[in-house]
Design a protein around this ligand. Sequence first.
Ligand code: ATP
Ligand code: MG
Length: 504
Amino acid sequence: MASDEVIINLDNVRKEFDGYVAVENFSLRIQKGQFVTLLGPSGCGKTTTLRMIAGFEMPTSGKIMLSGQDITNLPPYKRPVNTVFQRYALFPHLDVYDNVAFGLKLKKVPTEVTTIFGKKKTKMKHLSAQTIDEMVLKALQIVDLEELEDRDVATLSGGQQQRVAIARCIVNKPEILLLDEPLGALDLKMRKDMQIELKEMHKKLGITFIYVTHDQEEALTMSDVIVVMKDGVIQQIGSPIDVYNEPVNAFVADFIGESNIYNGSMIDKLSVRFLGHTFPCLDDFPLGEMVDVVVRPEDVEIVEKAKGDIVGKIENKIFKGVHYEYSIMVGKNEIIAQSTKDYPLEQEIGICIGKDAIHIMKKTNTSNFYPGLTVTKKNEIELADTTFEVDLTQLLKDSHIDDDGYLVSKKGQKYDLTGAKVNAEIPLDKIEFSDDTEFGQATGKIVSNIYIGDHYQVVAKSEDDEDFIIDTQYVYNVGDIVGIKIDKKDIKLTLKGDISEYEV
Ligand SMILES: Nc1ncnc2c1ncn2[C@@H]1O[C@H](COP(=O)(O)OP(=O)(O)OP(=O)(O)O)[C@@H](O)[C@H]1O
Ligand SMILES: [Mg+2]
């Protein structure tokens, strides 16, 4: 169990690779015995952070402390830390026992010996065969493999091999176990089983686990503390319940669990307007402030048409075992709701959203963020009543688009992303507004024009309520209609779910 003692303290750590900032401003205190998970999309700096803790990578600046001592410049082998990687590098020619014993056989420990002159001296000596035997068997017991000690590792299942890899780490009795997507190579069923087992192991061992995953469900199931990261920066640190129930921004809300996210504005004390309706709420924000409103699907209540705060039409439904998940259209906005009741498609229903189901977040406005957009057949995204051309090759390293419009991996695997859901992000200086409404792909109406120190932050709203925010030196008048232009290369995409779902 976790104690109050801080075992690892990362203090304002930054890592640059040739001018590219992979991790920035990273401060985190981890208590002894905690199960801490670094969670975030691909490329957000999880592995880099873990490698700095392990000592395989040096921070460009900042400090890493272990139990109060600065270890920033300590080499990996001097740190009481062991790492389990996604691809378990076992020795294929050795059996289970020898794989686990391998490191121990090489290890030398200070041992007190008596010289022929009767003097006591400390010498570095190998461990005795009996000690090694005891240690290996104990480690194999913890990972539940004691019966397979003589098996050739090549004959083991993926899950069993990963357990050997874990045994090989814990046999060294590290104070901290680092795990970098250790279950990534396993199939779903095995992954679920191993999640439970890892959690059990954590309990049994009582040591600190620092775990890396991009799977939010895995993070929620296993962790004491989740650190949500994006672009090398920590977004939120909290318990699974905290980050789920009280996400600090729209990114976290979208990344953890499923969310409905809307643009809203505070139109009175404790009342917020979104989806064309004014709802009472619990969060107090300044009047007129533009906010992100997050509503979890399980908090949306479907009622009779006449009894709802708003009216919607059921567009789609999926049976999820215990409940149905409905996609309901409210005007041009979609709302995802869960209900155990079976409603027919096309039915008009009422929707109620309670005060405590409405989570209001200050807009961070560091970029334009559009979650859950659909990719069209022509490799565009649907946004603001129109489509924008995008570069899908950014979803897969070293890929290209073939003549038929398929995304093709380096190895030749084809993907059809038609209908896929993506999040799009566009920096504030990469959208252009023009007085000429024919100028870009979309049009919008200027709704806000705020002077921030040395520039204006201007917001244009499209007809379907999508906001486009820009930083500019120019002045726009509220109420003006502008053309909106976004270059394909400036739309940063992340895929919701795994790309393997789109293989053809
Ligand atoms: N040695 C390196 N040289 C240059 N860039 C690097 C190096 N290592 C990592 N990066 C870059 O730093 C960023 C963060 O990488 P990192 O491996 O930490 O991401 P991650 O969160 O672990 O992603 P994934 O979920 O895909 O494993 C990426 O853009 C990556 O390309
Ligand atoms: Mg990684």
